[in-house]
Ligand binder design. Structure first.
Ligand SMILES: O=C(O)CCC(=O)C(=O)O
Length: 272
């Protein structure tokens, strides 16, 4: 197995892994190590089946059933499907499901159908973004807690005219909210990361709303600065695994053809 770094802040490609057979323990350990080192890893896995995709996810922990994405069903509910023909896409910066008390520790995304052009995914390192903050800003953010809310994503769709008032009201009534520190420590590497995102973070507790909005706007701009990002141009069969504890991602909506992805997220612990 060969690991080749592909980005300055995050990203690596792992070569010479044979997905036509079950993976040996040392191969999975190598993938895990590369994920901790590089936050996002790309593997070329055109021969990987749905069952092997799920089996690899299980080597990292317990796969979840996603809160709202459609899935394969028929006993494969833990494999969600993002299909542009059904209108499912994730084209806003986010970390996965941070409205949960225990968001996923990572996600394994396997490309099934890729459009002829466009539809790349971009990841951002929240560790690199944290490291680059000034010392006074790090001190200011320390100890702050943010509110994360599933309804925030529906609200953003509603204000753009893509969701009805009824759907927005129902998402607020569902009350899928939780609180996480604005700066978290990675449970395996010990690295400090910013832990807010455009899609699910609603506010910072204890700050006047105008101040919280200004701080979040600054952080979002800062976290997605190009120097903290890695952009992947997909080929069918690519498998990308990201560490959801220290990255954001955004699937670019700059394509017109068919794009279909299978995804499995693995349950994580409580961010601290
Ligand atoms: O479709 C993609 O490239 C990204 C998918 C995504 O954002 C997700 O699975 O959470």
């Amino acid at each position: 197995m060969r690991v080749v770094r592909t980005g300055a802040a995050l990203g690596a490609e792992i070569h010479d892994v044979d997905f036509s057979a079950d993976l040996a323990a040392e191969t999975v350990d190598g993938i895990h190590r590369a994920l901790l080192d590089h936050q996002v890893v790309v593997l070329r896995a055109p021969e990987m089946t749905v069952d092997r995709h799920l089996a690899l996810a299980e080597r990292f922990g317990e796969p979840e059933v996603h809160a709202f994405f459609p899935n394969l069903g028929g006993g494969r509910e833990r494999v969600s499907v993002l299909d542009s023909e059904d209108g499912t896409r994730a084209s806003m910066w986010h970390a996965d499901e941070t409205f949960l008390e225990r968001p996923p520790l990572g996600t394994l995304l396997h490309a099934q159908v890729i459009p002829e052009f466009g539809g790349d995914t971009v990841w951002a390192s929240c560790t690199a973004a944290y490291d680059a903050l000034s010392a006074p800003m790090k001190t200011y953010l320390e100890g702050l807690t943010a509110l994360h809310d599933l309804a925030r994503t529906v609200e953003l769709a509603y204000v753009r005219g893509h969701a009805t008032a009824e759907r927005y009201a129902a998402s607020v009534a569902a009350d899928r909210t939780t609180e996480h520190p604005v700066v978290c420590t990675h449970p395996e590497t010990g690295a400090r990361s910013l832990y807010v995102n455009h899609t699910y973070t609603r506010s910072i507790l204890g700050l006047p709303p105008a101040e919280a909005d200004a701080v979040l706007a600054f952080l979002y701009r800062h976290m997605t600065t190009e120097r903290f990002t890695y952009r992947h141009r997909w080929s069918p069969g690519d498998l990308v695994i990201w560490d959801n504890r220290c990255t954001l991602h955004n699937a670019l909506p700059d394509f017109s053809g068919h794009r279909r992805m299978h995804r499995v997220s693995v349950l994580g612990g409580r961010p601290k």
